[in-house]
Design a protein around this ligand. Structure first.
Ligand SMILES: Nc1ncnc2c1ncn2[C@@H]1O[C@H](COP(=O)(O)OP(=O)(O)OP(=O)(O)O)[C@@H](O)[C@H]1O
Ligand SMILES: O=C(O)c1ccc[n+]([C@@H]2O[C@H](COP(=O)([O-])O)[C@@H](O)[C@H]2O)c1
Length: 213
């Protein structure tokens, strides 16, 4: 099973997440993608972060009828840093072939992530172009290191084992949507997702929608 992993705050999930994920599934030949709804991005402030359950519910709504599985598995694994999450996921699902997915805004900051080169050695990475961030991403310290590992899309689609480090840069119709814009327009977006707890379909855990993550 070729599985893409899109980590994020999903505060809230939006149509841009759905669109880039579906494009990526088609472009690099994935069976499905998991959205790892983060208990808390280590580089982002806690203030303004909606409860994990509400963010997971918003992800469920956006993933409907698509081969996308939203999950709060990092909470179950007890991990915050991506390097730890990916190592544990590979141990837990040894038969899956994973690829890490992220928008170009994250590539621009990637050199600040804990042990980012180890992340790159753990699994291949697909970066999705994002309006306003591509120039910074391509000029970033991480990209200077990745340059020698950059591969064309066609090599991702080939059958057989993926190798790492490998980075593919995907350019689709740019999608300007962002969670920041949604929060600006509606500071209380999470209220529509309050109420009944949400069951994580991957971990079978039940997560409340009213409290901090
Ligand atoms: N419109 C988009 N185009 C490309 N990548 C995107 C887009 N929106 C989100 N992503 C990527 O999806 C992942 C999860 O994003 P996240 O949940 O942080 O949403 P966001 O819209 O970037 O949020 P915020 O505005 O709060 O930073 C990240 O890798 C991010 O780069
Ligand atoms: O591991 C790190 O050091 C690290 C630093 C910043 C962000 N991340 C991960 O990057 C993903 C995108 O986060 P975000 O908040 O930009 O949507 C999410 O899975 C975070 O846990 C990871």
């Amino acid at each position: 099973m070729r599985t893409g992993l899109l980590g994020g705050s999903f505060n809230p999930a939006h149509g841009g997440h759905r669109r880039i994920t579906r494009f990526t599934i088609d472009a690099i030949g994935l069976d499905e993608a998991w959205w790892l709804v983060s208990p808390g991005n280590p580089l982002k402030p806690k203030a303004g972060m909606a409860p994990l359950g509400a963010r997971l519910k918003s992800a469920r709504a956006q993933a409907r009828r698509a081969p996308i599985v939203p999950t709060a598995i990092e909470q179950a694994l007890g991990t915050r840093y991506t390097v730890d999450t990916l190592r544990k996921l590979k141990n837990r699902y040894p038969k899956r072939e994973f690829v890490w997915l992220m928008g170009s805004d994250n590539l621009a900051e990637f050199h600040r992530w804990r042990r980012w080169r180890d992340i790159a050695r753990t699994m291949p990475i697909a970066v999705i172009a994002r309006p306003c961030y591509n120039a910074d991403a391509l000029a970033s310290p991480a990209m200077a290191w990745f340059r020698r590992y950059t591969v064309p899309v066609s090599s991702f689609r080939k059958k057989g084992q993926w190798s790492a480090p490998a980075l593919v840069f995907l350019r689709f119709d740019p999608d300007p949507r962002s969670a920041t814009a949604i929060r600006r327009a509606n500071t209380d977006w999470a209220s529509q997702y309050r109420g009944t707890p949400v069951r994580d379909r991957l971990t079978f855990r039940t997560i409340r929608t009213s409290e901090g993550s």
